[in-house]
Design a protein around this ligand. Structure first.
Ligand code: NAD
Length: 291
């Protein structure tokens, strides 16, 4: 590292709180070094009320760009100069690129990472019918990107908790922004008849809830009887690496069983490309940092 840092080194960063556990500095610094890029990446613990101060400082310091994790994603989207179509629709961004003129563009790469992870497992989403479980941050990014990338139908399911209204808003936003989509709906996850008929007729089932995440490792987001071989099943949960849902999908012979860790890798790779214009050495990063 000391051999790489010099008077011209461009700074990239992560903001959010907490950030100490993040794998992003290791992933980006490894990739910068591997590609011989004169850049360095640091994480800064920034509570949401300090987001504006951090962004003002980044403007002054002329950083190359930065990533944003919770709880700063929505506030950052309000503060940057422009937003990508996905970030605009989600109302949050996880990546900001500082353009040559110093202005800032906010992007949301979680949905891009999700779609790329599916593709890496042989699953295309264009023209497909998706059942999406969840209406939180990850689910919203996935719903928006899937709609922008041309899925035919999205049936969103969530339990009637504090996140449900967010799903109603997402449905409304997608209907307005992507009028070509055949159907987008929001339903109660506890309505088993509607859930069963939606899963029976869909191509891809996505879990974007916390069900299955440690310490809820034993929780299935849907009854395992709904899994069948024609279905591709994807999870966003990556802790544990193989969730109960993914294990059951494999046991049932589903045509694909896609764990969430690849989404984490590919959302980072998408940000890396926005920052540098180059491909991240994704395979090596996966083996070194995410296995
Ligand atoms: P969030 O807090 O914004 O949303 C939580 C969602 O889970 C809501 O829809 C809520 O209703 C639902 N939920 C919570 N407990 C549930 C339960 N027991 N049964 C059914 N639904 C339940 O969270 P988020 O940021 O969207 O994260 C959700 C999951 O996705 C987490 O496991 C997170 O680690 C993971 N995630 C993965 C990636 C990735 O790159 N793979 C990216 C973002 C988030």
């Amino acid at each position: 590292m000391e051999q790489r840092i010099n008077g011209h080194t461009r700074l990239y960063a992560l903001i959010g709180s907490p950030v100490g556990h993040s794998g992003s500095p290791a992933m980006y610094n490894y990739s910068f070094a591997k590609l011989g890029l004169d850049c360095a990446y640091l994480a800064f613990d920034i509570p949401v009320e300090k987001t504006k101060d951090a962004i003002d400082a980044f403007r002054t310091l002329n950083v190359g760009g930065f990533n944003i994790t919770m709880p700063d994603k929505t506030e950052t989207a309000r503060l940057v100069d422009r937003l990508s179509p996905a970030a605009e629709l989600v109302g949050a961004c996880n990546t900001v690129v500082v353009e040559d003129d110093g202005t800032m563009t906010g992007h949301m790469t979680d949905g891009v990472g999700f779609v790329r992870n599916l593709k890496e497992h042989g699953v295309e989403i264009k023209g497909q019918k998706i059942v999406l479980l969840g209406t939180g941050g990850a689910a919203t990014a996935i719903a928006v990107q899937a709609a922008l990338d041309g899925v035919d139908e999205i049936a969103i399911f969530n339990r009637k908790d504090e996140f449900y209204a967010n799903g109603e808003k997402t449905v409304e936003k997608i209907r307005n922004a992507v009028p070509g989509i055949k159907s987008v709906s929001i339903n109660d996850l506890d309505d088993m008849d509607t859930l069963k008929s939606a899963v029976d007729r869909c191509d891809i089932l996505v879990n974007a809830t916390r069900a299955g995440m440690s310490p809820m490792e034993d929780v299935m987001p849907v009854p395992e009887e709904l899994l069948r071989p024609e279905l591709a099943v994807a999870d966003v949960v990556y802790n544990p690496r193989e969730t109960l849902l993914i294990r059951k999908a494999k046991e049932k012979g589903c045509r694909a069983a896609v764990p969430g860790i690849g989404m984490l890798l590919w959302q980072g790779a998408a940000a890396f490309e926005l920052f540098t214009g180059q491909d991240m050495p994704a395979q090596e990063v996966m083996e070194k940092f995410f296995s």
